[in-house]
Design a protein around this ligand. Structure first.
Ligand code: ADP
Ligand code: MG
Length: 338
């Protein structure tokens, strides 16, 4: 009995010491490395802490490869992507079994479409094409173009069958567009890929979105900039320290078409077929970048006040900051969490 107790005491002592040793081993010589990768029409920037350049490069290469894989599957610009091929089956009355990642993103999209009554809708592709062209050519789309495209848009026309993870698109010429969610998913997956190389202290940014892993050594979080508007209406960056969360920003700040004194965004209200005209900027902070990305776009579609109220009601724990002009005055709702 005495011996058993001593052995147990020894084990307990060893267990107490162990975390100190492992912590000392992983904490000591970490160095910061940075990588960038152009993909999905934007630049992905990776910052991470690793023991040496070999480990850092392996982790970053894995992240880049994962981002490429997701782009190859989910791009609506690439005719060979899994998503584009799926869109080509629309109206054929055939259900197509899709890959696990595409299933995950499409089911999350469809869930949000139901929750937002179609404000968020990844079947918006036919309208996206019309508005992308309009923005490029700086000309308003013809009413007939919009009404034709609307026939191929609507989340209720996309049927997801959980039993065999298949998708059936029930109207002709439907075009799926994951532009509001796939980048977020790619960020989450890139972080996971990095973590598989025993690197947990990483920050990945893509366009206006980011995902943060563990904090840099000895610091409370990664320093990031969140955008906001001063009472004088100037755009400013505010410093925030974050870890283990994601922040996505959506807004009509850079991509829009000016017509009749209104700015029509590349973010579309699928229920009217029109580019949204409230130039609000929305940042959402969520556990995953996929969720942050999709919610930021959903709020942009609903409009700043309605969208923010909707988020507070349906996602109490998710912080967001929404800035916009109202009657010529800047308004700011909510704030992000450190
Ligand atoms: P960013 O282009 O800055 O990443 P978002 O994340 O808001 O901004 O995504 C905008 C993109 O989402 C559009 O370019 C289009 O491809 C797609 N989209 C537009 N309107 C909607 C909508 N109502 N629901 C889902 N996706 C949309
Ligand atoms: Mg988005």
């Amino acid at each position: 009995m005495y011996r058993l107790l001593t052995t147990m005491a020894l084990y307990a002592f060893a267990a107490l010491l162990l975390p100190c040793f492992t912590a000392a081993q992983t904490e000591a010589p970490l160095k910061r490395f940075a990588f960038s990768h152009p993909q999905m029409g934007t630049l992905f920037n990776i910052s991470l802490y690793a023991a040496d350049s070999t480990q850092a490069r392996k982790a970053a290469d894995a992240a880049k490869a994962r981002i490429d894989e997701i782009n190859n599957s989910m791009s609506d610009y690439m005719p060979t992507s899994e998503l584009s091929k799926l869109s080509l089956t629309s109206g054929s009355k055939k259900a197509v079994t899709v890959s696990e990642p595409l299933w995950l993103v499409l089911s999350a999209s469809q869930e949000l479409a139901v929750q937002t009554k179609g404000a968020f809708d990844v079947t918006v592709g036919a309208l996206s094409k019309v508005w992308r062209k309009a923005i490029r050519q700086k000309t308003m789309p013809a009413k007939s173009e919009i009404s034709t495209a609307r026939k191929s848009v609507g989340y209720k026309k996309m049927q997801l069958n959980a039993a065999d993870k298949s998708v059936q698109l029930n109207a002709p010429n439907m075009q799926l567009d994951l532009g509001a969610i796939a980048k977020g998913y790619a960020l989450d997956e890139a972080l996971k890929a990095i973590e598989q190389h025993q690197v947990s202290r990483a920050l990945i940014q893509g366009g206006g979105d980011l995902v943060a892993g563990d904090a840099p050594p000895g610091q409370p979080g990664w320093q990031i900039f969140a955008k906001w508007v001063t009472p004088q209406g100037q755009l400013r960056d505010t410093l925030l320290q974050v870890k283990r969360c994601a922040v996505a920003t959506s807004g009509a700040l850079y991509r829009f078409l000016e017509s009749d004194g209104k700015r029509f965004s590349h973010i579309i209200d699928p229920r009217t077929g029109m580019g949204v005209t409230h130039a609000a900027m929305v940042s959402v902070q969520a556990p995953t970048a996929m969720q942050a990305d999709a919610l930021a776009t959903a709020i942009s579609v609903m409009g700043p006040r309605k969208g923010f109220a909707w988020l507070q009601k349906n996602y109490k724990a998710i912080p967001a900051i929404v800035t916009f002009q109202e009657k010529g005055k800047p308004v700011q709702l909510g704030k992000l969490r450190e």
